[in-house]
Design a binder for this molecule. Structure first.
Ligand code: MRU
Length: 354
């Protein structure tokens, strides 16, 4: 049995990467195709990156932020080639396009702000400095995930089973994952006996992506339909529900994949503990509480069909929010790379970030 890995230590359960910079292009593993096909896309302009974020080629809050950072590099390359003296206004138009791709994951806006900060002091060709910053965004995310993996795994009393939702792994980040990083570390340390993953309708991130990633990395996983979560909790054996976040408000309320909130309510009812794992780049102090988090609504077709085939009765409509908000009061631990906040509150989050 491995000890809980030290921050940054290599793990045997960590082989997947989905966002790379290679040959002067952003390479993305197309997550719409998994698990049937491992197809890589090479993106060479910011328009293509914005479309990839919108269309879920790349998804998961930290991965969206990293892709946007490289999108800003591609935008600068194009803008500087076209207008070396006036590239900034062309660049800003592309940043606006990237920012409009998806509304909920604050990592997108956080990454674009970081790139703007670097651009401010530049003269001459902006590309080398912006590329170095995008590389840092990626490297810091990976390091944060290893640190959170160790911190979160240390909270888990063995032996217990865990339940997770959506995909928060290497596919959703620069690598290793947030909630799935904790599960990787805890599995490696022998604290976790079984991993359950919600299938996560309508995009099936759990069934398609989490299951693919875990099986590939040698961690057995059992899928459950969302409606089975209550029965699973009642059956006993589960210790923690472990999820990621797309945006954490200043008071600790957080948005995550639709279906997270009912899991938190069920966990409290059954006396289980509930862990949110998110880097500080996902915390948005500008939003006072969950009511202020913009929630993306996606096309009804995603709910009315499955696997590209219509399954709902003709004439039916659908409401399709991609995220929900869970109140801080239902969270036992928020794990960040800066430390663990137990029972998060406005004061405790402010202290963490001070
Ligand atoms: O719509 P998605 O697949 O981008 O939603 C992803 C999630 O909700 C994840 O749980 C969240 O981004 C955390 S990923 C480390």
């Amino acid at each position: 049995m491995d000890p809980i890995p030290a921050p940054g230590a290599p793990s045997t359960h960590d082989t997947v990467r989905a966002v790379l910079w290679q040959d002067e292009a952003l390479r993305l593993l197309d997550q719409r195709r998994l698990p049937e096909e491992e197809r890589w896309l090479d993106l060479r302009d910011a328009k293509a990156v914005a479309a990839a974020i919108r269309d879920m080629v790349v998804r998961g809050a930290p991965a969206i932020g990293i892709a946007a950072a490289y999108g800003a590099v591609l935008a600068a390359r194009e803008a500087y080639a076209e207008a070396p003296g006036g590239w900034r206004s062309l660049w800003e138009a592309d940043l606006a396009r990237l920012a409009a791709a998806r509304p909920t994951a604050v990592n997108l806006f956080w990454a674009l702000e970081r790139m703007r900060g670097v651009a401010e002091g530049l003269s001459g060709d902006p590309v080398p400095a912006l590329l170095a910053e995008a590389d840092r965004v990626l490297a810091e995310d990976l390091a944060a995930n290893h640190r959170m993996g160790a911190l979160g795994a240390a909270l888990i009393d063995p032996p217990c089973a865990v339940l997770t939702h959506c995909n928060t792994g290497s596919l959703a980040t620069g690598g290793y994952g947030t909630a799935l990083g904790v599960i990787r570390s805890a599995w490696g340390a022998g604290c976790v006996t079984r991993v359950y993953a919600d299938e996560t309708r309508p995009w099936l991130q759990g069934a398609r992506l989490t299951a693919w990633e875990l099986v590939r990395d040698g961690i057995p996983v059992d899928l459950v339909v969302e409606g089975a979560a209550g029965s699973l909790m009642r059956a006993g054996g589960l210790g923690w529900v472990i999820v990621g976040a797309d945006r954490v408000a200043a008071n600790g309320d957080f948005a995550n994949k639709i279906g997270t909130y009912p899991l938190a309510v069920l966990a409290r009812h059954h006396g289980l503990r509930f862990m949110v794992v998110a880097p500080t780049s996902t915390i948005d102090l500008a939003v006072a509480d969950g009511a202020g988090i913009p929630i993306e609504t996606r096309a009804a077709d995603e709910v009315l069909g499955c696997g590209g085939r219509r399954v709902a009765a003709p004439g039916a409509g659908a409401w399709n929010p991609a995220f929900d908000v869970t109140p801080a009061g239902l969270v036992d631990a928020l794990v960040t790379e800066r430390g663990v906040v137990r029972e998060p509150s406005r004061e405790r989050l402010a202290a963490l970030l001070a």
